[in-house]
Design a protein around this ligand. Structure first.
Ligand code: PLP
Length: 420
């Protein structure tokens, strides 16, 4: 590697130490990868996936055998009754929006129990006014914050006893917040409680960034509907776009009719050549997620050595592929992002700079050199330029490329320190 990547001696030394220290952690990640690979293969076997499923449809997309088999494979992997896996979902946010619009009716109440949802849902729900929001259709919304990074069970139970809640929404990954992401155990516990107090309430989980990080998915612990993005974990870096929704049959039906049109629902939707990428993507996903997690652990180790606070710390259990890094100043945050960009396969020669972005109060810096636009299963690092200068790193299609990106980023900081 030394012939190709110019790194300080100190960076090299830290990397060698990290490789030794991370061995046990990597063994555990390999074990989870084997479990999930077996889970995926079993779903391919049971559903007789064959080369004929790589075919494509155009126009209405009637009778697309590949699309049907992909959806059966997803349903089995998630232990769910049914699934909708479509290129017509632009991404995870769109799949979340369609799921909410599919289930909720005027007068219904939506309750988030993991605090304020992800930024892109604010205008969908009507937290920020938009004439096309759920709120504009008369859907009511309320939220309960987490308490000490866990569900506030007492408040949730009281709320469910005194209100008729149609949908409870749980967002597992932290988004641009400083909270911890939510483990499957915590989800299981609160879902059981919700079902006990209010059996008719639909539990919906935003599973973005969490798929295949552990061996259980939310539908396997009682969630009614689970939603995610194919330009994150389950696309395996190969899906060109898309989203998935898995869960109860009647819910998937409602979402399908919201995505296409009432009366045609899931029977239409041309696949336009994506079937092979979706199948190969989910096949690769356990390994890609493992490598993203190894990249995350390496960054966690190195940044800790350089004196930055990271979340999760190396010893903590991973729930998603995101690492929060507390830089404490703008200079280090920007240097790190520059290094991530410089180590990317695509657009390595451009320098990321903080810019104003629609929907954000502060300037945002984004480092990403990805094969697929906006794909955050590929190594990327971003964050708003404001106190306390938190950046969010995620992805890494292979551990080796992810590691080189992280080393280049760390090296930028080490070089700058030498100059000071
Ligand atoms: C990324 C993300 C989304 C949105 O997914 P996109 O594919 O980027 O639209 C939604 N929720 C959470 C928690 C996320 O991290």
């Amino acid at each position: 590697m030394k012939n190709y990547v110019d790194l300080e001696e100190e960076t090299w030394k830290l990397y060698q130490e990290a490789r030794v220290s991370l061995q046990d952690k990597f063994c555990e990640l390999d074990r989870i990868c084997v479990e999930n690979t077996a889970k995926v293969l079993a779903a391919f076997w049971a559903n007789h996936v064959s080369e004929s499923h790589f075919g494509s449809t155009t126009g209405y997309g009637y009778d697309d055998a590949g699309r049907d088999v992909i959806e059966r494979v997803y349903a089995q992997i998630f232990g769910a009754e049914d699934a909708l896996v479509r290129t017509q979902f632009i991404s995870g946010s769109h799949a979340l929006s369609k799921t909410l619009f599919g289930i909720l009716r005027p007068g219904d109440l939506l309750l988030s129990i993991s605090g304020t949802p992800y930024d892109t849902l604010h205008e969908v729900i009507g937290i920020i006014d938009n004439p096309s929001s759920l709120k504009s259709f008369g859907v009511l919304y309320d939220e309960i914050s987490l308490a000490n990074d866990d569900f506030d069970e007492e408040k949730i139970v009281d709320y469910l006893k005194s209100h008729l809640v149609k949908v409870v929404e749980i967002q597992r990954s932290k988004g641009y917040s400083s909270r911890k992401s939510i483990s499957i155990d915590k989800c299981q516990k609160i879902i059981a409680k919700i079902k006990e107090v209010s059996p008719k309430t639909i539990v919906m989980v935003d599973n973005c960034y969490c798929e295949f990080v552990g061996v259980l998915e939310p539908t396997e612990v009682g969630a009614d509907v689970v939603v995610g993005s194919l330009i994150k974990n389950l696309g395996g870096g190969l899906a060109p776009n898309g989203g998935y929704v898995v869960g109860k049959k009647e819910i998937i039906q409602l979402v399908a009719e919201a995505l296409t049109l009432p009366g045609e629902g899931r029977d239409v939707g041309p696949t336009l050549g994506v079937n092979k990428a979706f199948l190969q993507g989910i096949f690769m996903a356990p390994q890609v997620v493992r490598d993203a997690l190894k990249t995350n652990c390496l960054a966690s180790y190195l940044l800790d050595k350089l004196g930055y606070q990271v979340e999760p710390s190396l010893l903590e259990e991973r729930v998603d592929i995101v690492l929060t890094i507390l830089f404490g100043n703008k200079k280090d945050m920007c240097l790190y992002c520059e290094g991530i960009q410089a180590g990317s396969p695509i657009d390595s020669f451009v320098k990321p700079i903080p810019v104003d972005m629609p929907g954000y109060q502060d300037q945002v810096i984004m480092a990403a050199g990805a094969f697929t636009q906006g794909s955050s299963i590929e190594l990327s690092c971003d964050g708003p330029i404001r106190e306390p200068y938190l950046a969010y790193q995620q992805g890494g299609l292979t551990f080796e490329s992810g590691a080189i990106g992280v080393l280049k980023a760390v090296d930028k900081i080490i070089k700058a320190r030498k100059e000071d």
